[in-house]
Design a binder for this molecule. Structure first.
Ligand SMILES: *[C@@H]1O[C@H](CO)[C@@H](O)[C@H](O)[C@H]1NC(C)=O
Length: 109
């Protein structure tokens, strides 16, 4: 319960939009002795307690929680008024700036 609250709170902090989240449960069988959190999925690998790691190829991060679960945070849904539109983000930017870009054609910028 505490962990879920933490994730929701973190989500709100990271972006003023809704964001998808996921939890990878701690698995003692696969976690190396020197790692606090570990998962094989998305080449995340080992994380230190409290460490954040960008998931390569995705606009998302993995966070090693205090209970050794890993929280996955991705991009949310955003709505804009026409003529503005939402374009795909740039994966070379850090999270959460990589999520999307809001483009308004009539702006002179
Ligand atoms: C932990 O990982 C092992 C090896 O992949 C797997 O067999 C086991 O079912 C996992 N345990 C849990 C609780 O998911």
């Amino acid at each position: 319960m505490k962990a879920i609250f933490f994730v929701l709170f973190f989500c709100v902090l990271q972006a003023s939009i809704n964001c998808w989240t996921g939890i990878v449960k701690y698995n003692a069988t696969i976690t190396p002795r020197n790692a606090y959190c570990f998962t094989e999925s998305n080449s995340i690998g080992a994380l230190r307690r409290g460490e954040e790691k960008r998931i390569s190829g995705l606009c998302a991060i993995a966070v090693c929680l205090n209970n050794r679960d890993i929280s996955l945070l991705g991009c949310g849904v955003v709505q804009v008024e026409p003529p503005c539109y939402v374009a795909d983000g740039d994966l070379s930017k850090p999270y959460p700036d990589c999520c999307f870009e809001i483009i308004c054609p009539q702006d002179n910028d």
